[in-house]
Design a protein around this ligand. Structure first.
Ligand code: AMP
Length: 279
């Protein structure tokens, strides 16, 4: 495994490797955990070369405090990646990614007006900016994204289509702690007590499957919000049941459609997201 910090180094290295087989790419913001590593291993089973980027992208943070607080642990990340099949770590600085300010404005239509898009204005525009730049730099055959960020995945698929990028986007399952809490770099910011209580989010989502069909979408939505809010450590920002394509709220259970329950909740100052898919 090698670490490169500039585009020039990255491209020199990739020029040598591209003829040997396909390139898989896993973009991350670091503070790596087993969720990230599962994407790396999936990429290694599908491709000859695996590139992981570590870059905390300033343009996707709508809250400057959140950007400041975001964990940065490059040394530990590199040690973790040494234990995986990663070949190249690309850890650029902001000037390398944004030699000029990126003024592009993407249009994702109704995909960006709900949930994360509604509560974090500008977030997905920043995600699209950085992911399009990284894809352009790495030029991978396949790129891997976690289903934990379900809406982000939909946005990236839409961006790839709009820009006609020659890359296949591969969704990867959510990896959880033993107590069910979705792994997240932000979990590092929680106390042990908060971490234990944050598991209540997934706990509640899992119980919806038992109730689906017995109660209406509205009843279940209200139940989920009330139940999570009853935990003194948690405050729900939103919980919505949406279709898995346009991510628009649904009013009735529809067995023909895949639906997904998406939640954002604060645990102290830390904002956590999770989801559950109903087939
Ligand atoms: P991040 O570093 O948070 O930007 O995440 C980088 C990638 O890892 C994204 O595609 C995330 O969706 C994915 N990811 C983060 N947490 C998990 C998890 N618990 N399980 C699977 N994928 C994850």
């Amino acid at each position: 495994m090698i670490l490169v910090k500039t585009l020039e180094e990255l491209q020199n290295k990739l020029n040598d490797l591209r003829s040997l087989g396909t390139i898989g790419f896993v973009p991350t913001m670091g503070a790596l955990h087993k969720g990230h590593l599962s994407l790396v291993e999936k990429s290694a089973t599908d491709n000859k070369t695996v590139v992981v980027s570590i870059f905390v992208n300033p343009t996707q943070f709508n809250n400057p405090k959140d950007l400041e607080r975001y964990p940065r642990t490059l040394e530990t990340d590199l040690k973790l990646l040494e234990t995986t099949s990663c070949n190249i770590v690309f850890a650029p600085n902001a000037r390398e990614v944004y030699p000029e300010p990126d003024t592009r404005k993407f249009n994702f239509g109704e995909l960006e007006t709900v949930m994360e898009g509604k509560h974090r204005p500008g977030h997905f525009n920043g995600v699209a900016q950085v992911v399009s730049k990284l894809l352009d730099m790495v030029q991978p055959d396949k790129a891997y994204f976690g289903l934990k960020d379900f809406q982000q995945l939909a946005i990236i698929k839409s961006m790839v289509k709009q820009l006609e990028l020659p890359v296949e986007i591969i969704p990867c399952s959510i990896v959880r702690e033993d107590n069910g809490l979705a792994m997240s770099s932000r979990n590092e910011l929680l106390t042990a007590e908060q971490r234990a209580n944050a598991a209540f989010i997934n706990n509640t989502l899992s119980k919806i499957k038992e109730q689906k069909g017995l109660k209406s979408v509205e009843e279940i939505t209200n139940w989920a919000i009330e139940t999570i809010n009853k935990n003194p450590f948690l405050t729900v920002e939103y919980f919505e049941i949406v279709d898995d394509e346009q991510l628009q709220p649904i009013n009735n259970w529809n067995d023909k459609k895949t639906m997904i329950g998406c939640v954002a909740a604060f645990c102290g100052k830390v904002r956590l997201i999770d989801n559950i898919i109903f087939n």
